[in-house]
Design a protein around this ligand. Structure first.
Ligand code: SF4
Length: 77
């Protein structure tokens, strides 16, 4: 079974935040998108409360921010 994030082809992070940063993009994709995507902050927010709550600028390693977003969204529901 392929180990790859289902959002690889549509994740806006690479079209917005990591523009013109090919080395960082390659490392991020290797570490998260094509391997440990379940620990990606963007993936976690998407799964927990929905993609509409994922800011384009949210970095995959910013799990603290992901938790804050999830807590805020759930508190407002
Ligand atoms: S950055 Fe995260 S949500 Fe976006 S494609 Fe990679 S693993 Fe998936």
């Amino acid at each position: 079974m392929e180990k790859k994030c289902e959002y690889c082809d549509c994740c806006p992070f690479f079209q917005s935040t990591l523009v013109d940063m090919p080395a960082t993009e390659a490392l991020t994709k290797k570490k998260y998108c094509h391997d440990d995507f379940k620990s990606c902050a963007r993936y976690i927010v998407t799964i927990e409360v929905g993609a509409e709550h994922v800011a384009d600028s949210l970095f995959p390693n910013n799990n603290e921010q992901a938790e804050r977003v999830i807590t805020r969204v759930r508190a407002s529901q």
